[in-house]
Design a protein around this ligand. Structure first.
Ligand code: ATP
Length: 315
């Protein structure tokens, strides 16, 4: 970030976008602060791409105000474009050029920026520098996109669905790369329909449903406020069932036995549950314990009345 101030990097007020009869985004308001990872999360068609593409100055708002780095997206788009990086949902670049050539080409489009070799090193792409884009795996193609967006040294980086279509290993390593971007002082705005991605990466999130924001807060506070109860699931050995159940009853709000014979303790507070987890783990024996929920999945269920499937559909 160029400044240590806590003035928002992005400020959106009552933003609305209609396409004919379709209202894609309706009176959306949120702020993004310096150096955070902010997620716009929601199912397909919720208005995530429309919102970020307005911030990227690619679409014009129907009404409302959207500012990036203090500049208005309508009137000062040239200034904004010089200071942002964008990796679109379906990122593609020159197939026949190598990773290094693609990143160097992106660098040439800007007056100032970073050394392509440094960026490749930072994103663990150096060993693929001479590999043609077309022959890279999906994960490395996406990473090349991030390198090309970062080479201009942007203040804000927009990532639209950064891990959609990637296998779990590629997704995990992409998350690690994105997490490290804030070391560069870059504010990251991403869109996603993966709740796990939000939990893993985002400091704060806005939940979008049908073009409107239903909640915006830190991920921890969203889970705390809307996530509901936390459960400790204990799979006891028969000879220890009584002891474990008694211990669980002494700390949990409620205890029941599920269909498979596991003991389930309900906690209203995650910290109480974590403490109980430690206590039960200290009891010698062959029992296993798992701490489950609450997570963004529960938050979404509570606020949107459904969950988001792996392809982004609201179920
Ligand atoms: P996805 O992940 O599927 O891209 P999204 O949350 O990004 O979903 P948007 O792409 O912003 O959602 O779409 C929001 C709504 O606006 C949808 O109903 C979509 O069909 C509609 N829409 C988006 N772009 C256009 C357009 N150019 N013309 C007409 N309708 C559009």
């Amino acid at each position: 970030m160029t400044t240590e101030s806590t003035d928002p990097v992005i400020s959106v007020t009552d933003l609305t976008k209609t396409y004919g009869d379709t209202t894609a985004v309706e009176r959306v308001s949120f702020e993004v602060y310096p150096n955070e990872i902010f997620a716009l999360v929601g199912p397909n068609g919720a208005g995530k791409t429309t919102t970020v593409e307005i911030l990227e100055c690619l679409r014009t708002p129907t009404s409302g105000v959207a500012q990036v780095l203090g500049y208005d997206v309508g009137e000062q788009s040239r200034r904004i474009k010089q200071r942002i990086g964008v990796v679109p949902q379906s990122f593609h670049t020159f197939d026949r050029l190598t990773v290094h050539e693609n990143v160097a080409l992106a660098r040439q489009m800007y007056e100032k920026g970073r050394d392509p070799d440094d960026i490749l090193e930072r994103l663990d792409l150096s060993e693929y520098a001479d590999t043609r884009f077309a022959t890279l795996s999906g994960g490395y193609q996406r990473r090349t996109g991030i390198a090309m967006a970062l080479v201009s040294d942007p203040d804000v980086l927009f990532l639209d669905e950064p891990t959609t279509g990637l296998d779990p290993a590629a997704r995990q390593s992409t998350w690690e790369q994105i997490e490290r971007l804030t070391d560069l002082g870059t504010t990251v705005v991403l869109t996603t329909h993966y709740m796990e991605e939000v939990e893993e990466l985002a400091d704060r999130a806005a939940l979008l449903v049908d073009g409107g924001i239903v909640a915006v807060d830190t991920v921890a506070d969203l889970v705390e406020t809307y996530g509901g109860d936390v459960k400790l699931v204990v799979d006891p050995t028969e000879d220890q069932r009584g002891e474990l159940e008694a211990r669980l009853r002494s700390v949990a709000t409620d205890v029941y036995q599920d269909d498979t014979g596991n003991l389930v303790g309900i906690f209203e507070d995650r910290y109480d549950a974590q403490e109980a987890f430690g206590q039960l783990l200290d009891i010698e024996g062959d029992h296993s314990i798992e701490l489950t929920g609450a997570g963004m999945e529960d938050v979404f269920l509570q606020l949107a009345g459904g969950t988001v499937g792996s392809s982004g559909e609201l179920r």
